[in-house]
Design a protein around this ligand. Structure first.
Ligand SMILES: [Zn+2]
Length: 386
């Protein structure tokens, strides 16, 4: 790791500890993180100068002499905005430094590159106003549906039909707050670790479904990047030999069974009416449409095969399922469990909890907030979160 990356890592870890354990002492942070005293002290001092944390006396260390001091974050001292770019809409959330959502906003999007900057700026203004806060906007996280380069370029986003769009450049011209951009699936995994069911877990595997299927391998407290930052393409695990053709060009990938277009195509192939969106699928499942229910059931079975591979390879304490599949947990859960029971190594299956993400359904767009919080508390972090 470069020196700046190490400092960012230390700063993020320390802020994380303070955020999830209010009133923690500096000594306890040193013990829990294993970082040395001078590192912790200099970073806490910097957080203090920036107004991100407050120091309060605690009752615990009631010894004569110096009173013990607890550290807590000051959630009201600044605002974060998360932005989610999707194929037909832009989603915005304003949150405090504790990650608690204060306001949401959605607006339709025409997928034209040249309208992106204005649309994002308008949305940020709208959600900031709706938050009712006057504290400064400390950072904006932009979560993008595609491959993001270290220079802040959206290299390829099939669902938008975009290639090589310099998103960071375009938006820096119009948004004055610090910008942090990243891939949406990795951002959602970060949100899971910061605010969701995987809070404080050093190891978990995250799977996400939407217009495609992606994932992240969260190992030893970090997202595993692989040789060139592309590791974790879990949607292209091969789960059905000689199976359906996938958008990546191969056959039998998980994405070809679980992505929204794949589910929609299968429902239509079974004689169902045209499916316009994932909401349509959920509504029809809710109404008991047998074609939709059986397509979900089959998808759950195949998802179970994919999860069993992850269980057998990584022996993770948790596999978290986010995005659309979390919204459809009622229809996927039973067949998923059945196939998992059949395919995962029995000893290992008992050691892994497979959960549907709650933040995916309760608190949308938190991926962008995770990017922003990671950037702001990373102290001088670069604008692209790999
Ligand atoms: Zn594929």
């Amino acid at each position: 790791m470069r020196t700046s990356d190490i400092r960012r890592y230390h700063a993020n870890e320390i802020f994380h500890r303070i955020r999830i354990e209010p009133q923690i002492s500096q000594k306890e942070i040193i013990r829990r993180t294993g970082f040395d005293k001078s590192t912790v002290s200099s970073i806490v001092t910097r957080f203090d100068e920036l107004g991100l944390v407050v120091r309060t006396p605690t009752a615990a260390g009631n010894r004569p002499g110096r009173p013990a001091e607890g550290l807590s974050i000051s959630p009201d001292s600044g605002l974060l905005v998360g932005v989610q770019v999707e194929s037909e809409e832009l989603g915005f959330v304003a949150a405090g430094l504790d990650g608690r959502p204060l306001a949401h906003h959605r607006q339709s999007f025409n997928r034209k590159v040249k309208t992106l900057d204005r649309a994002v700026a308008d949305g940020i203004a709208a959600v900031t106003a709706a938050s009712g806060r006057t504290s400064p906007l400390l950072g904006v996280g932009i979560s993008l549906p595609g491959l993001v380069s270290t220079e802040g370029m959206l290299v390829h986003a099939p669902i938008l039909g975009w290639r090589d769009v310099p998103v960071l450049d375009l938006l820096s011209r119009i948004v004055s707050a610090p910008l942090y951009i990243g891939n949406d699936v990795k951002a959602a995994a970060m949100a899971e670790h910061m605010f969701g069911n995987c809070i404080d877990l050093d190891d978990f595997i995250y799977l996400f479904s939407g217009s495609g299927v992606g994932g992240a391998l969260f190992l030893d407290g970090e997202i595993y990047l692989g040789a060139h930052g592309l590791a974790g393409e879990l949607g292209h695990m091969k789960v059905v030999p000689q199976g359906r053709l996938c958008s990546c060009g191969a056959a039998g990938c998980l994405s070809a069974y679980l992505s929204e277009p794949a589910l929609a195509a299968e429902v239509e192939a079974r004689g169902g009416k045209t499916v316009r969106s994932f909401d349509t699928l959920l509504d029809r499942a809710e109404a008991g449409d047998p074609a939709v229910v059986s397509v979900f059931e089959q998808a759950g079975e195949i998802l179970g095969a994919a999860v069993s591979n992850l269980v057998n390879i990584f022996n993770p304490p948790v596999v978290a399922l986010g995005g659309d599949m979390a919204r459809a947990s009622r229809y996927l859960g039973q067949s998923l469990e059945r196939s998992l029971g059949r395919l995962a190594h029995p000893n290992m299956a008992a050691q892994t909890r497979v959960i549907f993400s709650e933040i995916a359904t309760d608190r949308p767009y938190l991926g962008g907030v995770a990017l922003a919080l990671d950037g702001v508390t990373g102290l001088d972090a670069s604008s692209v979160i790999p």
